[in-house]
Design a protein around this ligand. Structure first.
Ligand SMILES: Cc1cc2nc3c(=O)[nH]c(=O)nc-3n(C[C@H](O)[C@H](O)[C@H](O)COP(=O)(O)OP(=O)(O)OC[C@H]3O[C@@H](n4cnc5c(N)ncnc54)[C@H](O)[C@@H]3O)c2cc1C
Length: 394
């Protein structure tokens, strides 16, 4: 059961069906094993490049497919249904495409977008730090101008794709005196050699952070020690725009997380409803026990609601309308629903759900990340409440 493909364009149907077949044939048979080995899916990522997925949202003039956020969301659902880590390889790259496409200079677009469209250059996003996650304005990494360079000092944390990326969209403070602090924040396009732990003097990617789930894709630290970055690498032309730029990018990231949640939930639902008809207890398939039917009803209903909220948020952004409320709601609801659905799927499997031989064990470990990434549920609720109070002000 995937997203309903009615009311989609011919192109969208074709893309989604290609990704779905690829997931069925090349990903599902190997995903559990690769996840348990914490192995980067090199060959699968090569296939994703060939399918054009890295350039899905890049305009055709720069070698991309020029598709909408809705198409992207549909593809992420399919990828996460196979293995959530694949959508992680794409997410920070997609935000990089979006940020350079929307805020970059013509030179930056010409330099990076064609190579990003093919996946030759992949992007990571460095916003979080060891002591600043939700509180973005509290970041400490500084970039101070010295001639034609910025000299960067500081430490970044939790970089998905930190090692294998060729550029890192890095949020820094170019002015540490200004109040409010966000006015002193800028985004730099830090270039580095992909796959190298110490790519140049003053830049250190650091170790891979071991995680409970979301394996295969690396998550790293990154330390800057008097690292020199040319001033031409400032995203756009003006300093002080980084906070707004990153918030804009995160709106896309929230749609991505909601889509991953729908993908993981879809798979958990499929696994559970199948198993419930196969497993027998007390002389009948467990799906004939009312308690299991309650799980099935709850799972199916939450999944359907999450899917509709996701499509609504993506459609609003595609229409050029303000969509922070819808993106926040979709992210909050879909990720919480995914947590509930994966737990219910595990319960339906009984003891086997706790065994690494069954896929629901992996889905259950992947789900909690969605409650945290691109803004925790607590922060999501604040964003939603603030917007609702603004909208319904008396
Ligand atoms: C696997 C993984 C991959 C990641 N990838 C990236 C990446 O590629 N790039 C990147 O920049 N970051 C990345 N992150 C970081 C992620 O965005 C942060 O972990 C997240 O924003 C939360 O920040 P924090 O971990 O510092 O938690 P904190 O901000 O310290 O929050 C701790 C707790 O306090 C709560 N809290 C904080 N402030 C408030 C408040 N005002 N009101 C109520 N509750 C509050 C939070 O909800 C949470 O429950 C990744 C994280 C993980 C785990």
């Amino acid at each position: 059961m995937g997203i309903q493909v009615t009311e989609l364009t011919e192109m969208q149907r074709e893309i989604v069906s290609t990704v779905r077949s690829f997931i069925e044939k090349d990903v599902i048979p190997v995903a559990d094993e690769m996840e348990h080995k914490d192995e980067f899916p090199e060959a699968i990522v090569e296939q994703m490049k060939e399918m054009g997925l890295f350039g899905l949202n890049i305009p055709e003039e720069y070698g991309g497919i020029g598709e909408s956020l809705t198409t992207y969301a549909l593809c992420v659902v399919e990828l996460a249904r196979g293995w959530m880590s694949l959508s992680g390889v794409l997410n920070t790259h997609f935000m990089g495409n979006y940020l350079i496409g929307k805020f970059g200079t013509d030179e930056q677009k010409e330099k990076y977008l064609p190579k990003m469209a093919t996946g030759e250059i992949r992007a990571a996003l460095a916003m979080s730090e060891p002591e600043a996650g939700s509180d973005v304005q509290a970041i400490r990494t500084k970039a101070i101008k010295d001639g034609d360079d910025y000299v960067i000092n500081g430490q970044k944390m939790w970089l998905t794709n930190g090692l294998r990326s060729g550029i890192v969209m890095t949020l820094v403070k170019t002015n540490t005196e200004i109040d409010p602090p966000h006015k002193g924040m800028s985004m730099l396009i830090v270039e580095k050699e992909a796959g190298v732990a110490k790519p140049s003097p003053g830049l250190d990617v650091g170790k891979n952070i071991e995680k409970m789930g979301y394996k295969g894709v690396e998550t790293t630290e990154m330390t800057f020690s008097d690292y020199r970055c040319p001033t031409s690498q400032l995203l756009g032309t003006e300093e002080g725009k980084g906070f707004r730029q990153v918030l804009d990018g995160i709106e896309i990231g929230r749609v991505n997380v909601a889509a991953r949640a729908v993908g993981v939930s879809t798979r958990a639902f499929e696994e559970a409803i199948k198993y419930s008809q196969e497993r027998k207890a007390f002389g009948k398939p467990i799906c004939e026990h009312q308690a299991i039917q309650m799980h099935i009803a709850d799972m199916g209903t939450k999944l359907e609601a999450a899917r509709l909220m996701l499509m609504q948020a993506a459609a609003k952004k595609d229409a050029g309308e303000r969509s922070d409320l819808e993106a926040g709601m979709a992210k909050l609801f879909a990720s919480e629903a995914c947590h509930d659905i994966t737990l219910a799927a595990l319960r339906v499997h009984g003891g086997y759900g706790y065994s690494k031989e069954f896929t629901v064990e992996r889905l259950y470990r992947d789900a909690p990340f969605l409650l945290i990434g691109e803004g925790t549920s607590e922060i999501q609720k604040q964003v939603i409440a603030r917007r609702l109070l603004e909208k319904y002000k008396i």
